[in-house]
Design a protein around this ligand. Structure first.
Ligand SMILES: *[C@@H]1O[C@H](CO)[C@@H](O)[C@H](O)[C@H]1NC(C)=O
Ligand SMILES: *[C@@H]1O[C@H](CO)[C@@H](O)[C@H](O)[C@H]1NC(C)=O
Ligand SMILES: *[C@@H]1O[C@H](CO)[C@@H](O)[C@H](O)[C@H]1NC(C)=O
Ligand SMILES: *[C@@H]1O[C@H](CO)[C@@H](O)[C@H](O)[C@H]1NC(C)=O
Ligand SMILES: *[C@@H]1O[C@H](CO)[C@@H](O)[C@H](O)[C@H]1NC(C)=O
Ligand SMILES: *[C@@H]1O[C@H](CO)[C@@H](O)[C@H](O)[C@H]1NC(C)=O
Length: 710
């Protein structure tokens, strides 16, 4: 019987350990099987235990109890409970209640040790059943809270003269109807001090249908550059709808023709799973977005030169809870002002204070927005995929952010299935259903691709250019394809990327390239084949091309870690950087480190060295040094909540700069300043797309208020 008791203790302890890891450390898909088996085994062993004897407080009970419990062999000294609980030894069970007995009860509870005490045994059963219920809640949450009724609107792609707006509004239809229209009403936000606001103008209408899950995207055009607008929603009869209860605001991008440079921020991160790490009954919380909202719009905005109170960066449980109230009425601020304690930017060479922050204009979400297959795969089913997107938009944490900040997206494997490689075959399951949901909820709000139906795209913000890759749909299946014929992007997308590189080369100051998976080959384990490392030939020729273009910065996610990497070239001015930041709100792996410090491959880099000669004159000699092809500048693995906040400042043409802040768990964990090469911008056909509207911006620039002319 004693063996049975200890078997139960072992099974119970294993169950608790796995449940803890599953709910708080890594929600690995396999854990659900392990947990089920362990829980059932625990129940069986529990039921096989003989009923406890009558009086568990007399010594005699121990000898006829189900377990042999050693009598005290050591002094029952007062110890902190915590130190006892960490001990694996079973503690003595004296018959008279003493501090030692209390702590041994605790040990019995923690380790499910055989005990004659019925309450203790029941308590153990209760704890394990609660853990099983928690795991069940976490796994099945999306199924029971399917967010079918979620109403939301958000801004996606923003242009100098337009914005894409996504609307979901179910429940507007009458009996037997299968569709409804929602119309935008919009106006320019009056400048502060202006007495009257503009009248509301009729905007485009979105046809919502059951078939397309009541979500659609419209483009609001003919807007002025660098201007703040607001919009609300009306039904087909032009009656104001209850949501949004106050207008949603956004600001158009600057006119790319005005060669004055730009100063703005944007955010980048990836990977979210609601309510992970798990808290009971918080299935709609995405803590990373709670932290992000506090970061962008601190509740107590500190004075310009004062330190914020220490509490602003980490929300208390009460603050997290308040996220549950509907954020439908959140009013948008004209200029979101990220505020943080004065930080020092750490360049490889210099340390200097960061100037006041520019407004944050958008966020690039780099994939793993849903985890279709974690902790459970609900199958290759349209509704199963759609549900997970709805679920995120239902989150009050996310709502606080997307109602005030434009979002653009790319996907990664978990929007489809783990380690998906599409091989340009859209018929290979589960791409069709996964793509349906991604397109409806996230991709339609992005900038249009140069190829209809594709998910890669490019855009500009002033003289800063972006290319967002699709690294899943066209990727070769590694096991089936040998180098050098493997491709990450597919021929068409590669062509688009090289074409873009050529166009932005001398027409944009900074070039950001977004890849859901890291470009660097320094990540080990799965990183060795899941990242660009598995596509050596394509990567090498792309890197060669990137080294001919000034000021290229790669952005990636996926690894649930942060790293800043440099890829030097022979010309020291042409170093390419990669900033890989994730997860926004998901697991990280503690203790195990998965990034190599530098590559074994080296390149020869030239360097100018100034020598002072004996006669006082100087001479400049060019020396060659061998440096690693890829090198880690900074690596931070820990943290469930990470994002990068990138400030680009190109106003000083001779000294363009990108200040990158890495925020982890709500606090600034690292800053990097990348000084760009001056780029002499050539007026180019690359801007052709904006020609029809550009004259408006010119008028605005010379101080006229042209909006009243039309
Ligand atoms: C609604 O549809 C059902 C079946 O499609 C039909 O029998 C019914 O008459 C319709 N009701 C109305 C009010 O149109
Ligand atoms: C919308 O629904 C109405 C009636 O339910 C139908 O007559 C119309 O064809 C539908 N429109 C579209 C575009 O599906
Ligand atoms: C619009 O008004 C008409 C007539 O009053 C009404 O029948 C219809 O249901 C209304 N539609 C909506 C979407 O409110
Ligand atoms: C694409 O995938 C489908 C489903 O797996 C398969 O039947 C078809 O042969 C594939 N097509 C190509 C061109 O590989
Ligand atoms: C970028 O421009 C430079 C010359 O200014 C040229 O040498 C280089 O090949 C160009 N790179 C690409 C990718 O077009
Ligand atoms: C770097 O230059 C040295 C001397 O010129 C040469 O021996 C070496 O092979 C070069 N290394 C690489 C990686 O090109």
């Amino acid at each position: 019987m004693a063996n049975l008791g200890y078997a139960q203790a072992a099974v119970s302890t294993a169950f608790r350990a796995v449940a803890y890891v599953f709910l708080e450390v890594i929600p690995h898909s396999a854990a659900k099987y392990v947990l089920s088996v362990l829980y059932v085994a625990y129940l069986v062993l529990y039921s096989l235990q003989p009923p406890p004897a009558l009086e568990p407080t007399t010594k005699e009970e121990h000898s006829n109890g189900e377990a042999k419990v050693p009598f005290p062999t050591e002094d029952t000294t007062k110890e902190l409970v915590e130190t006892k609980t960490e001990s694996e030894d079973s503690k003595p069970l004296p018959s008279i209640p003493t501090p030692a007995e209390e702590s041994s009860s605790l040990t019995a509870l923690l380790l499910s040790l055989p005990t004659p005490s019925r309450p203790l045994r029941l308590a153990n059963l209760f704890i394990n059943t609660l853990l099983a219920a928690a795991a069940l809640e976490f796994i099945t949450y999306p199924y029971f809270d399917d967010a079918a009724g979620v109403v939301y609107t958000r801004v996606g792609a923003v242009y100098p003269d337009a914005a894409k707006i996504v609307v979901r509004y179910p429940g507007l239809v009458g009996f037997n109807q299968t569709n409804a229209t929602v119309q935008l009403a919009w106006r320019q936000v009056p400048k502060s001090g202006a007495v009257e606001s503009d009248v509301w103008k009729d905007g485009p209408s979105a046809l919502l249908s059951e078939e397309l899950d009541w979500v659609n995207t419209v483009k609001l055009s003919s807007l002025w550059p660098s201007t703040t607008y607001e919009y609300t929603l009306r039904d087909a009869n032009k009656t104001q709808l209850p949501y949004p209860s106050s207008p949603i605001r956004f600001r158009t991008f600057p006119d790319p023709y005005l060669n004055s440079g730009v100063n703005f921020r944007f955010l980048a991160s990836s990977c979210i799973v609601p309510n992970f790490p798990y808290t009971p009954l918080q299935g709609r919380t995405i803590k990373g977005f709670d932290l992000l909202a506090d970061y962008l719009w601190p509740k107590n905005t500190p004075g310009k030169f004062t330190m914020p109170p220490p509490s602003t960066s980490t929300p208390t449980p009460a603050e997290t809870e308040s996220a549950d109230e509907s954020a439908a009425g959140t009013s948008a601020l004209d200029q979101p002002e990220p505020t943080a304690a004065p930080v020092f930017s750490v360049n490889a060479q210099t340390v200097e204070p960061v100037a006041s922050k520019a407004p944050t204009e958008f966020m690039i979400f780099m994939g793993d927005f849903i985890y279709a297959d974690v902790p459970i795969y609900y199958g290759d089913d349209k509704e199963a995929y759609r549900r997970l997107y709805r679920r995120n938009y239902q989150s009050p944490s996310f709502r606080k952010v997307y109602e005030r900040l434009p979002f653009i997206h790319t996907y990664d494997d978990h929007e489809i299935i783990n380690n998906y490689a599409g091989h340009s075959n859209d018929s290979s399951p589960p791409f069709a259903n996964a793509n349906d949901a991604f397109a409806l909820y996230n991709a339609q709000g992005n900038y249009d691709s140069s190829q209809q139906g594709e998910h890669y795209y490019d855009f500009r913000h002033g003289d800063v250019a972006f290319f967002v890759m699709d690294t899943r749909r066209h990727r070769s299946i590694i096991e089936e394809t040998d180098e050098p014929s493997r491709t990450m992007l597919g021929e068409q997308q590669l062509t688009a990327l090289y074409d873009w590189l050529g166009r932005v080369n001398n027409t944009a100051t900074f070039k950001f390239i977004v890849s859901s998976v890291p470009f660097t080959g320094l990540w080990t384990y799965e990183g060795e084949y899941e990242t660009w490392n598995g596509f050596q030939y394509e990567k090498a020729s792309l890197l060669n091309a990137l080294h001919t273009v000034p000021n290229v910065i790669l952005l990636s996610g996926d690894r649930h870690e942060f790293a800043a990497i440099e890829f030097p070239s022979a010309n020291p001015a042409r170093t390419v950087y990669e900033i890989s930041t994730s997860p926004l709100s998901m697991f990280y792996i503690p203790l195990i480190r998965t990034l190599k410090k530098q590559s074994e491959d080296v390149i020869n880099r030239t360097k100018e060295v100034v020598n002072v000669l004996e006669d006082g004159t100087t001479e400049t000699v060019i020396v060659t040094e061998e440096v690693p092809q890829e090198k880690v500048l900074k690596y931070i693995a820990d943290g469930n909540y990470k994002w990068s906040s990138i400030e680009v400042d190109t106003r000083d043409r001779q000294n363009p700069v990108a200040n990158i802040d890495i925020i982890i768990d709500g606090k600034n964990a690292y800053s990097l300043t990348i000084r760009g090469e001056p780029v002499k911008l050539s007026p180019s056909m690359a801007l052709g797309a904006y020609v029809p509207q550009s004259f408006k911006g010119v008028l605005g620039k010379i101080g006229l208020n042209p909006s009243s002319w039309f």
